[in-house]
Design a protein. Structure first.
Length: 365
């Protein structure tokens, strides 16, 4: 709750009941006024002409309301008071903890039956939030007892967002196919990687449904890239700095396209927190750095890739027909052991922003 306020010359000091205190610039508070004059409730859009706000505006009066649940401010340029909720103000303090602090970073021994969920529960109104929480917390989830048909993939995808179109289409099914330019269409081992390092906006979620399995081997591999980043940052800060600053190009050449993009293996936000892991040694394109930095870069990716291929960081599981693996491609590296026999999978991609959206709507983040 809001416990106390103090009007300063250009700021409003607000003290919260959890001992957090922050000074909010007056112009920021005025810019975020959500009364009828300044905010469109229908579209959730700002109506304020921000450039015309008087930089010298003042607070005429301010009161704490509803036992600290809200704050009322009468501005010098408005005729009626504006209400600000505690939740809105607390969320926008500079000390607000970020969502990443709620993630469950893991190594292989940390994963058990909690990452499984039945199809009926995952797609029900009551169980959908349970499913989303698992997927958000651990970065992946296995949905059991699915119908072994491609329509199942679409139904689950539409619960989250919409099917993303890519060079592979929207919904797709695949078996071993030497005519395709992508290594995923072979029966050979695929070391842990993320998809579409060649895309400016890599897919957020990938869904893989096992429709048929009559083979030996072919274990799916999940690796928590955020966990590896956390370990490297704590134990090898110099290598972490390389992995979070050097932009690595990836490309896809074949099937009538030439796609290329580049970004650091560890993409950080403005708070220096990791928001994306992007690593695919198969698709990495040629690039040069100054020689000393180039050698250091190889030391960094060696450390990262060897960790990603160490059993301590790998969760392995043979998907059975009717089981669907869904994972966050911005966090989880995925791979597959080699197999002999026949194996048919169906799947699709979903954009990261759609996953974020449904998590916010369901108060997961």
């Amino acid at each position: 709750m809001i416990e106390n306020i103090k009007i300063l010359q250009t700021e409003l000091n607000i003290q919260f009941s959890d001992k957090v205190e922050d000074n909010f610039p007056l112009i920021w508070l005025r810019d975020h006024a959500k009364d009828e004059l300044n905010w469109d409730e229908r579209s959730n859009q700002r109506k304020t002409f921000t450039a015309r706000i008087d930089s010298n505006l003042q607070i005429e009066e301010a009161f704490i309301l509803e036992n600290g649940k809200s704050l009322s401010i009468l501005w010098s340029d408005l005729n009626s008071a504006v209400k600000y909720s505690h939740d809105f103000l607390r969320k926008n303090t500079l000390t607000q903890k970020t969502n990443r602090s709620n993630l469950k970073l893991w190594k292989s021994d940390d994963i058990n039956e909690k990452i499984f969920i039945d199809y009926e529960l995952a797609t029900s109104n009551k169980g959908f939030k349970v499913f989303l929480k698992k997927l958000y917390d651990y970065g992946f989830c296995v949905i059991k007892d699915c119908k072994k048909e491609i329509n199942t993939v679409e139904k689950i995808a539409k619960k989250i967002g919409y099917v993303r179109q890519s060079i592979f289409g929207g919904l797709w099914s695949f078996e071993s196919n030497e005519n395709m330019a992508d290594s995923a269409y072979t029966s050979e081992e695929l070391r842990p990687h993320t998809d579409a390092t060649y895309s400016n906006d890599a897919p957020g979620l990938q869904l893989l449904l096992c429709c048929h399995y009559n083979a030996q081997g072919g274990e799916s591999i999940m690796v928590d890239g955020f966990k590896i980043a956390d370990v490297i940052e704590r134990e090898h800060k110099d290598l972490f700095d390389i992995l979070s600053t050097v932009e690595v190009p990836g490309n896809y050449v074949g099937d009538g396209v030439f796609l290329e993009s580049k970004r650091p293996i560890f993409k950080l936000n403005s708070n220096k927190e990791i928001v994306q892991v992007s690593f695919n040694n198969y698709d990495r394109a040629a690039f040069r750095l100054e020689n000393d930095l180039m050698i250091k870069f190889y030391e960094a990716i060696k450390k990262f890739d060897l960790m990603a291929n160490h059993e301590d960081f790998q969760w392995k599981y043979v998907l059975k027909p009717g089981e669907l693996l869904i994972f966050n491609n911005w966090r989880i590296l995925h791979g597959r052991k080699a197999f002999k026999g026949s194996r048919k999978m169906s799947g699709c991609y979903i954009n990261k922003e759609d996953f974020d959206s449904v998590c916010k709507i369901n108060n997961i983040i």
